[in-house]
Structure formats: C-alpha cells, structure tokens
Design a binder for this molecule. Structure first.
Ligand code: ASP
Ligand code: MG
Length: 616
C-alpha cells in the first residue's frame, strides 16, 4: 500500500486499488504479451504465439499472455445473435462475446503444455478483473494480482482472457470492441510489468495509415499523448482506452508484429524528437452539421449539445461563429453512422430555440496532424494549410488544440490532402534529431503511487489542472471568400509578422462565405489586427471583429474524451453560470474554452467546484 494512504486526510475517502505499484518484491522482470485476433486465428498461429511467450520466459521473464478471440470470432458470435433478433440484451451479448476469448486461452495453454511448458489459463473472473456494470462497454475498476502472482511464482505462464471483466454481481462484462488491448495494458499496470508487448498484424505504429500512404514511416517511438490523439482519430492500431491506462500508470508499450522478430514501435512518455508533427490521420466517416441563426444567448448551444449527448452521439470539431446581429451559426461533426439520429435531434432543438435552420452533409472527411512538438513551435498550422491549398483543395472547417490540428475537406479530396500534409512535414523520413530515450518511464516514479491510490476506479478520469489564461485576444474575420488558400494566406502573413497563434477555428462556408477566428497573445494584437485589416481589404470582406481581452479556461487530464460527458459538463457548468462560450478546442488531454475576460475568474471557480471530485 502506498505510504500516503496511511495518512487519514488522504486515505479515508478513497478506495485503495489492488494495484501493485512497487516492483520491490519481484526480482524477475515481468512482461505482458498481448496477441490480437489475427495473431491467434488458427492453431498454427496459436503455436507460433506460444513460442514467442516461451522465448520471453527463457530469456528470464515472468510472462503473462493476454489474448483476443480467434480471428473474426467475435463478429461471428454477434452475427449469430442477430440471426435471432436485432436487439439482443446487452447482458447476454457479453455472455456470448466473452466466450471467444475463453476458447483462445484454453488452446493457448494447451499449446504451451504441448511444448513442455507450465501454463494456466484464466478468465476475468478468475483473474479478478472487476468492472462496472455497463454491459458491452464496461470500464475496469480494479484488478487483483494475487492469483496471477502465485501462478507466476510457481513458474507458470499465465494466459489471461482479454476483453472481459466481471461486475460486482458476478456477471460477465466486456470492455467494448477491441478491448483486449485495454485488458493487456491494465494487467501490465496492475502487475507493475516492465513492458507490455502488443503483437498484431502490423509491425508497429506508422506516421499514417500505410494502406492509404505506402510511404508512411514506422516510428521507433511515440509519446502517450500523441498516440492517444492518433488512436482517437481512427489510427486503428490500438484501443484508445489502453493508451490512457499506459499513460496513467506509466506502462511502456511496444507494438510489434506477431509474424516476424523485428522490433516494433515503443509508446512511452517522451516523444521521439522535437519535430512539431509525429503523425497524420484521416477519418473518412464524418458528417457535418450546420445550425444557422441561433439566438446568441448563453444556454442555446448548450441545449443543442445536451440533446445530442443524451442521444449518445459523440460530437467533434465544434465551431461557433461569433454572433452577428444577435445570432450565431454553429457547425460540428458527428460519425457518419450517427447522421440520421443526429438530424432528428438537431431539428427538434432548432425549433425549440428559434434558430433559422440546419443542414447536414456526409461527403466530408477529417484530416489531422498530431505532435507534442507543436505546443512550443509556430508555423505548423500554416504549413498544413499551405500544403492543402497547393493541391487546390478547399478547407471547410478548422479546429485546433495544443497538440493537434484538424481540417474538414470533401471526402474525395481527403486522401490527396493527407498525402500533401504527410509530405509537407516530411513524415516519410525519420526525424533529423532523435532524442535518446532517457529513462524508462516507470510505475515506481515519485509521487505517482499517490496519484494512483487516489483513484476509485482504474479507468476514472484524472483531472490534473484547471486554469485560466487571461493573456489572450481574439480576432474574427467574417464573410471571407470560401475558396482554397484563404487560411494558408492568412496564417502565413500572421506568422511572417512574428505572431504566435494559439487557437484557430474556421467555420464551414455558407453562401460562398466562411469565417475564421483565432487567438493570439495580447501583446501581438495590434500587429495581428494590421495584418488582418490588410487581408480583409484585399478579399473585400466586410467583417473584422476583435476582442482585446478574452480568457481561456482549460481543463487538463487523462480520459477527457473517452469519458464523453466531460466536455458537456464543462459547457453546462459555464452555461448555468450565465457564461457564454466562444471558441472551443479539444484534445484527449485538454479542453479549452474561450470566454469573455470578465467571466474568466468566475468560470474558473465554477469549474473547480464542478470537478473537485476528479482533481488530482
Ligand atoms: N475479441 C474482441 C473484439 O473483437 C476484443 C479484441 O479483439 O480486442 O472486439
Ligand atoms: Mg484488436
């Protein structure tokens, strides 16, 4: 037990997890190896995977293997249920789907025994992987390690069923499709493993999807925060909740091929280099909504998003135009599969709040670049916009966060936009200066034990900080021509004037006009206004607004987006306090909201009160 838990001030109200954070009792190194469905698709492959586990054991490691269901088994099981009904109950779906992994663990243990090794297979109930009761998308609360340790100490290789858990009533749960990555990293965290190896059918993490761009580069290393963004942007290599675990518990993860011995890509705390961008992603299945003429009062945007959140539809890329004549436009994207459902919700709210109308389109795709380095470097946005402009591709929407820039383009143009951006940042080549990996991040880091001991559940949101930046100004240009190259020109000129831009949003065009807002340090306002004024004149647009004093409220932490309700809680808290939200910027680890300067301190207090339970 972490020493601080004996301190009643901290220990009393927190359930201490069965997380073995200290490796001190263990002399042998321990590794967790996870084999995905394609790596255990048939018995020959299971034997191949078993040999990898044996090699790790022979090298002097204790080994825990986590497996998925064989090949496409989970899909087949779901199809069986759907032959009977389209709406099977979630509890029984979990009972059904979890059976796939149970087959694999048994066969894997049989394979190891046939090769002369001691092995034991265990289901989640036997392992003690406790989850909440949200069937088909359960979250892990705790893991007990005693039984695993006992088996390991007896010299056995432990084969754990991925994807499944057990709730307080003893019912079987599953963690959501692709969830065995999360099982593996969670077990590694609980055991304080030295590494978690994810064996899959690709040999690592790529700078972008190599099926779309064959020139994509396999990265040697990528930071947790970068991987989290890429995973949630649909990079598809790993379940994004598994990366949250890895980050929270500092588990080094290696993604590597099951079918070769080449080293894979390491996911750790430190990025590979200072380069601003480490990867690019494309997400083709997006639908865009625009609601026009929303009466610009606190609470209206809120009503829209609460209705969408209630319908369990995730929203992304939210851009609100600054209100003109007391009315604002709002655009956002949702997964294309949710377009119909969202359409009904949006139309209902449009009537309720007296907006002028709404439209939606699904022929769009999102292209994003990600990198920790962009936090401290300027010029990333304009380089991306220029690359896209030079292909004659129109940018329909822009949103940024401190480590990610996303643009919405037409779906047909998206692969070309991705290729152009990938080339502009030279992502096909290794970084010029690779930082040597300093220290293996470790579950034993100072202070980290305390952090973990304070969680009531292993997958809880952690909020690290809430702050208010009152050093920024905002500029908005409306009625801009909606054509390729506008954003590129704008931000090239701003950068040429030596101005660092923070948030950028561009709304999608209406009647051939678009609008852009961005924030800059207050000290640069005059210079930026001069640039903007010259451009608006050149483009003949009538609208140049600015707000010399804005405040940006940020909430930073882990799990902000996978816990979908959080951004919504932030809006609601501010809206209930009568505070109007201007610009929104979201990443996996940060949600930023710009408000009027006068509301900054009040907003900060409200947010601190709202999130007190999740604060570190
Ligand atoms: N077998 C589960 C699925 O197909 C879990 C996994 O493969 O990670 O979603
Ligand atoms: Mg998988």
């Amino acid at each position: 037990m972490p020493p601080d838990c004996q301190n009643p001030k901290i220990g009393e109200n927190w359930t201490v997890l069965f997380v073995s954070i200290s490796n001190s009792l263990r002399t042998m190194p321990l590794i967790v190896q996870k084999f995905g469905g394609s790596s255990v698709a048939d018995t020959q492959k299971i034997l191949g995977a078993a040999r990898k586990a044996i090699r790790a054991a022979q090298a002097g490691n204790q080994v825990v293997v986590v497996v998925s269901a064989m090949g496409k088994t989970t899909n087949q099981l779901i199809a069986l249920a759907n032959e009977i009904t389209e709406r099977p109950s979630y509890r029984e779906m979990d009972m059904l789907m979890s059976s796939g992994e149970q087959v694999t663990i048994a066969l894997f243990a049989i394979a190891l025994e046939s090769l002369g090794y001691k092995a034991v297979s265990m289901t989640a109930a036997q392992l003690g992987i406790k989850t909440d009761s949200s069937h088909t998308r359960a979250r892990i609360k705790s893991i007990s390690t005693e039984r695993m340790r006992k088996a390991l100490d007896e010299g056995k290789i432990v084969i754990a069923a991925g994807f499944q858990g057990i709730d307080d009533d003893g019912d079987i749960t599953t963690l959501g499709r692709g969830g065995s990555d999360t099982s593996a990293v969670a077990l590694a965290a609980a055991l304080g493993a030295d590494e978690c190896e994810i064996y899959t059918d690709v040999d690592g993490v790529y700078s972008t999807d190599p099926r779309i761009l064959p020139e994509a580069r396999k990265v040697e290393r990528i930071a947790y925060d970068e991987m989290l963004e890429l995973a949630s942007l649909g990079a598809g290599v790993m379940h994004s909740r598994s990366i949250e675990f890895a980050k929270k518990f500092r588990v080094p993860v290696q993604v590597r091929s099951s079918f070769s011995d080449t080293p894979g890509s390491l996911i750790v705390a430190e990025p590979e280099s200072d380069d601003p961008v480490c990867g690019a992603a494309i997400s083709k299945n997006e639908a865009r909504f625009t609601v026009i003429g929303i009466p610009d009062q606190p609470g209206n945007a809120m009503r829209l998003f609460s209705a969408i959140a209630e319908a369990k539809i995730p929203t992304d890329m939210i851009v609100q135009n600054i209100g003109v004549e007391g009315r604002a436009d709002l655009s956002f994207t949702v997964p294309a599969t949710d377009q119909l459902a969202a359409f009904d919700v949006v139309n209902t709210v449009v009537k309720e709040i007296g907006a002028k109308g709404a439209s939606s389109q699904d022929d769009v795709a999102k292209v994003s670049v990600v990198g920790l380095g962009m936090e401290s470097q300027s010029g990333v946005a304009q380089k991306m916009f220029r690359a896209i402009a030079d292909k004659g591709i129109n940018i329909q929407m822009i949103t940024t966060s401190e480590i990610k820039i996303s643009v919405l383009v037409s779906r047909d143009d998206a692969p070309e936009a991705l290729r152009a951006v990938h080339a502009a940042f030279e992502l096909q080549n290794p970084p010029k200066r690779i930082h040597p990996l300093k220290s293996q991040p470790s579950t034993k880091l100072e202070g980290h034990e305390l952090e973990i001991s304070r969680l009531t559940g292993m997958e809880d949101i952690i909020i690290e900080s809430i702050h208010c930046n009152r050093e920024e100004s905002r500029i908005t240009i409306g009625e801009m021509p909606d054509r390729p190259g506008i954003a590129a020109e704008m931000f090239e000129k701003i950068a040429a004037a030596g101005i660092l831009v923070d948030m950028i949003v561009q709304s999608c065009g209406r009647e051939g006009k678009a609008s852009i807002s961005f924030t800059i340090p207050r000290t640069s306002l005059d210079k930026a206004l001069a640039v903007a004024a010259a451009l608006t004149e050149e483009w003949g647009c009538s609208l140049l607004l600015h707000d010399p004093k804005i405040a940006i409220l940020s909430v930073r932490g882990t799990g902000l987006r996978s816990h979908t309700g959080l951004a919504y809680r932030m809006f609601k808290t501010l809206s209930d306090g009568g505070i109007n939200v201007n610009i929104i910027s979201t990443s996996e680890r940060n949600i930023g909201i710009s408000v009027d300067d006068g509301n900054g301190e009040k907003g900060l207090e409200l947010l601190k009160k709202e999130f007190v339970g999740e604060m570190m």
